[in-house]
Design a protein around this ligand. Structure first.
Ligand code: A2P
Length: 330
């Protein structure tokens, strides 16, 4: 990573969230690592490097263990003059399933804010549509990994309260199917602004994307490169032959083709890299485009979900099969 403290004067496209016009930069930096937590110092340095390169959206979660280094990096970025204030950033975090109970949502958000040393989030998401045994931080051990159906009503009302209190500017969902988004919409006074889901050329989520967009909900892509290097991801996206051929013909990398494609689908992107060169490369997707022919080739790639989330399937839990968890969207 470079040592210059000079910030790149670079701004890139943003989406306006439909309910309040809040601006969300198209490309954000993901901070989930596997194993959860990763190295505190590496995470902090990577975030500082990203700010220097022009990243302004950072995605974290109570589960990831990266709220603390993100908060420290923000303080340092201000103190060394990379940014003038926290308001220049868009910070997303997520409610973990052990806090997915009406009365635990606000304390969960306050804890995240404490780790982040922030007064407010830009976006707070329900991480998964399931509740786990209360009172355990992070991922619990097998015996305690008890699962319950989430009470959408009480949890969403509490999410709305978080927004009304000014502790987050927007609220949203993650890993919600069409059916589950519709269930939330049916009870919401403040509709979700975003649904963050797995999204890449091998899992295009066409139905979900169209459903969300027709309801004013921005789809946000996690694992846009297939989350290579994690236990839930693989190299299947970056090694896809069709994508390799397109990348070669265009003089781009497969990663850039994936990210450009996601941008052309009108979704926001959360891409994780802690490597300075790759972070830079992942921003260079705005001054070129994919041809009709290339889009057609990508459209023809066979589809399958990469992140199945089998951990949430249990004979005693709310989802007994993957079919139930994903409402047939598999
Ligand atoms: P690294 O952090 O070493 O760059 P996803 O965003 O789909 O979750 O994928 C994240 C994974 O992809 C990380 O392992 C990251 O590794 C790797 N990655 C990120 N950007 C690139 C890139 N431009 N080329 C190749 N691998 C990349």
């Amino acid at each position: 990573m470079g040592s210059s403290l000079e910030a790149t004067s670079f701004s890139f496209p943003e989406y306006a969230l439909s309910w309040n016009g809040q601006r969300l930069p198209v490309v954000g930096l993901g901070t989930a690592s596997d194993p959860v937590g990763g190295s505190y110092l590496l995470t902090k340095l990577a975030i500082l490097e990203a700010i220097k390169l022009g990243y302004r959206h950072f995605d974290t979660a109570s589960l990831y263990g990266t709220e603390l280094p993100l908060g420290e990096a923000i303080i340092e970025a201000i103190s060394i003059g990379l940014i003038k204030s926290r308001d220049e950033l868009f910070i997303t975090s997520k409610l973990w399933c052990t806090d997915a109970y009406g009365e635990l949502v606000l304390p969960g958000l306050r804890r995240s804010l404490q780790y982040l040393k922030l007064e407010y989030l830009d976006l707070y998401l329900i991480h998964w549509p399931i509740s786990l045994r209360k009172g355990i931080e992070g991922v619990s051990g097998d015996t305690e990994y008890l699962m319950f159906p989430m009470d959408f009503s009480s949890v969403w009302v509490a999410m709305e309260d978080c927004q009304r209190l000014g502790l987050t500017k927007s609220i949203g969902l993650s890993n919600f199917t069409c059916k589950k988004v519709a269930d939330i919409l049916a009870i919401a006074k403040i509709p979700p602004a975003v649904n963050q889901v797995e999204f890449n050329p091998l899992w295009k989520q066409k139905k979900l994307r169209e459903f969300c967009h027709s309801n004013g909900i921005l789809l946000s892509a996690y694992s846009p490169l297939g989350a290579i290097g994690t236990s839930w991801g693989s190299n299947r996206v970056l090694e896809c032959q069709v994508l390799k051929e397109i990348a070669k013909a265009k003089g781009k990398t497969v990663a850039q083709v994936c990210l450009r494609w996601a941008y052309e689908q009108g979704v926001s992107i959360v891409v994780k890299s802690f490597n300075g060169e790759r972070m830079k490369q992942n921003l260079e997707i705005f001054n070129w485009s994919l041809s009709e022919d290339e889009l057609k080739k990508i459209d023809d790639i066979p589809q399958s979900r990469g992140c199945q989330a089998e951990d949430f399937i249990s004979k005693d839990g709310p989802f007994k099969t993957l079919e139930e968890l994903w409402d047939g969207e598999i």
